[in-house]
Design a protein around this ligand. Structure first.
Ligand code: COA
Length: 193
């Protein structure tokens, strides 16, 4: 069992999806600029309802499932993004992550804050060994985000997957628990006099 399922950071709360989130999730996921590098072409209210219903059946930490969390600013109740943790079927010591943020909330470091919370959770609380993320090679904001958090680019798959009508190249990013712990320790180190 994973507790708690609310992750708090200075500006954000990450929590399980709720039925009343459907319209807000649909509003940003349906935008072409948000969908461009994602698995969906379009995203309707029914898609949001289905996602939320499927997520309600997910037991956090179950091998082979994605746990999707809503991104909610502390000062409002409206969902402005979502992030996912994939508990891999082949190796429970490793997880994959993903994130989507409404364009109205991009460019302010909120995605960095979201993934910081997720990394604290999976490394600090769950004791995972390694976190990975796959990005489209043309998705510069996603690559910048991961590298800002210390992820290493470990692979460049060249035109290896047929995606939305064309051959697509992807990057694999990874971060180890000990690398994250070192990064946190360095950021918290007191200034020497
Ligand atoms: C990937 C995605 C989440 C990145 O969002 P983002 O807004 O670029 O990332 P952040 O919220 O961390 O913001 C970073 C920007 O805010 C700035 N910033 C301001 N305050 C900041 C702070 N306190 N900390 C970090 N960055 C800050 C950074 O300089 C950076 O600016 P830049 O874009 O001009 O370089 C977003 O592009 C997205 O949702 N895309 C659509 C879905 C998608 O493709 N997801 C990826 C799937 S793998």
């Amino acid at each position: 069992m994973i507790e708690p399922l609310e992750l708090w950071s200075p500006r954000l709360c990450l929590r399980r999806l709720r039925p009343e989130d459907a319209a807000a999730i649909c509003a940003y996921r349906a935008l072409p600029e948000v969908a461009r590098f994602q698995s969906w072409e379009s995203f309707t209210l029914s898609d949001a309802d289905r996602l939320i219903a499927e997520q309600s059946a997910v037991v956090p930490g179950t091998s082979g499932t994605w746990l999707q969390l809503a991104v909610v600013p502390v000062e409002s109740a409206t969902v402005v993004g979502d992030c996912g943790i994939h508990f891999r079927e082949d190796d429970l010591e490793q997880v994959e992550i993903g994130i989507t943020l409404a364009p109205t909330h991009q460019g302010r470091g909120l995605a960095t804050e979201v993934l910081g919370s997720i990394l604290e959770f999976v490394f600090g609380q769950l004791g995972k060994h390694r976190v990975t993320a796959v990005t489209d090679a043309e998705n510069r904001p996603a690559a910048d985000l991961l590298q800002r958090l210390g992820f290493r680019k470990e692979a460049h798959y060249v035109e290896h997957v047929w995606f939305k009508g064309a051959w697509c190249s992807e990057f694999l990013f990874a971060l180890l628990s000990r690398e994250w712990q070192l990064r946190i320790a360095e950021h918290c180190r007191p200034i020497q006099s």
